[in-house]
Design a protein around this ligand. Structure first.
Ligand code: NAD
Length: 365
């Protein structure tokens, strides 16, 4: 019986592509070992599906998530420059998963740049340059947009330009900043920092900052400050202990997530969740690492820690804590860990993806 009494959970499982299937297999095993029963509704998506079904994100995948409300997702490859648009972006937009939550916490034993890091990145997931409003160089529409802008602003955009639009709304900013404060309050955190480039982009980032300042007035129990993105990057590298919850528009959130992951020992330890008012999709920060596909090599811990977030979301707090402790124990011991957690990448004592899962299953035993 699951702790909440609703046994078993029905959850969508998207193995993804690249290293996705290997790490999702490892994760489903440790969830079972933690004593949580799940009926996985497995749904393929991504590159291979694109060739078979002419779309990388078939409707059946969205229907499954809408039905079960919760999904665990492996990474999905997005072709660079050409081909289909990102499945990840489409999923977040279709299901209005507007908050991407990415904790970056130091686990003793990890090969981290800093040991005093315990950050949560709250990234807006639906707007900004990731909204997908793009104009291809040379298209008729693009030339019309260029003519319009040139006529209206007095600027002179070159006719051989491509254009990406950066929409940031009051609605989108308000709900993500509110989410960050609610998250901070619920998890006993002390400070929210809004990150932006409002000095340059006054009508998009400037709007985000104005809204953040307004929302902050409703949360006097939590400290609020703002930082310009470039300064924030430098500060995070030098003094990450000064920061707690960061709230950022989409693009900065994506980049700073990887920076913060680097601080605590790499992408192998960086989990995440995409959360909306109705649905939640849990996935690691890292991508599909195609060069390691099928090699049983990469670290499954980021995905396992994403599943810890999922278990907490489901109310399975005890199982989540036990799984988190088992992962922490393995990191601290440094024996049953993958190449990325060893002093050198070709360390012969590094274990594979499935051996990390074996050890966690043994410890949860
Ligand atoms: P990536 O995160 O896949 O890999 C970058 C490098 O980080 C790898 O080469 C590897 O050295 C290391 N790495 C990543 N995950 C690791 C793990 N679990 N254990 C150990 N080392 C790990 O980034 P990329 O190469 O820029 O992207 C590959 C593909 O993934 C692209 O198509 C990209 O669009 C996609 N992507 C998907 C998601 C997602 O599905 N949410 C997120 C990011 C990138």
């Amino acid at each position: 019986m699951n702790e909440t009494g609703t046994n078993p959970y029905a959850i969508t499982l998207i193995p993804g592509d690249g290293v996705g299937p290997e790490i999702t297999e490892a994760v489903t095993r440790v969830i079972a070992a933690a004593g949580v029963k799940v009926e996985w509704d497995e749904q393929s998506a991504g590159q291979d599906v694109y060739f078979a079904e002419q779309t990388p994100l078939p409707r059946r995948v969205l229907d499954s998530i809408r039905k079960h409300k919760t999904a665990l997702k492996g990474p999905v490859t997005t072709p660079v420059g050409t081909g289909f648009r990102s499945v990840n972006v489409a999923l977040r937009q279709e299901l209005d998963l507007y908050a991407c939550v990415r904790p970056c916490k130091y686990y003793p034993g990890a090969r981290a740049v800093h040991t005093n890091v315990d950050l949560v990145i709250v990234r807006e997931n639906t707007e900004d340059l990731y909204a997908g409003i793009e104009f291809k160089k040379g298209d008729r529409k693009t030339l019309e947009v260029i003519d319009y802008i040139n006529a209206r602003t007095g600027y002179s955009i070159r006719s051989d330009s491509g254009i990406s639009i950066k929409p940031i709304s009051v609605f989108g900013s308000e709900r993500i900043v509110r989410f960050a404060f609610e998250y901070a309050r619920a998890s006993g955190r002390r400070k929210v920092t809004a990150v932006h480039k409002a000095n340059i982009m006054k009508h998009s980032d400037g709007l985000f900052l104005d809204v953040a300042r307004d929302v902050a007035k409703n949360y006097t129990d939590i400290e609020f400050e703002d930082k310009i993105i470039d300064n924030m990057c430098m500060q995070l590298v030098q003094k990450p202990e000064l920061y707690d919850v960061l709230v950022l528009p989409n693009l900065y959130g994506d980049i700073v997530s990887d920076l913060a992951a680097g601080l605590i020992g790499g992408l192998g330890l960086a989990p995440g969740a995409n959360i909306g008012d109705k649905y939640a999709v849990f996935e690691a920060t890292h991508g599909s690492a195609p060069k390691y596909k099928g090699l049983n090599k990469v670290n499954p811990m980021a995905m396992m820690l994403s599943s810890v977030m999922m278990l907490n979301h489901l109310g399975e707090r005890e199982a989540a804590a036990r799984l988190d402790a088992a992962i922490a124990g393995i990191v601290a011991e440094g024996k049953h860990v993958t190449y990325d957690m060893k002093p050198s990448a070709d360390d012969p004592t590094a274990v594979g993806t499935s051996e990390v899962a074996d050890e966690i299953v043994r410890r949860l035993g």
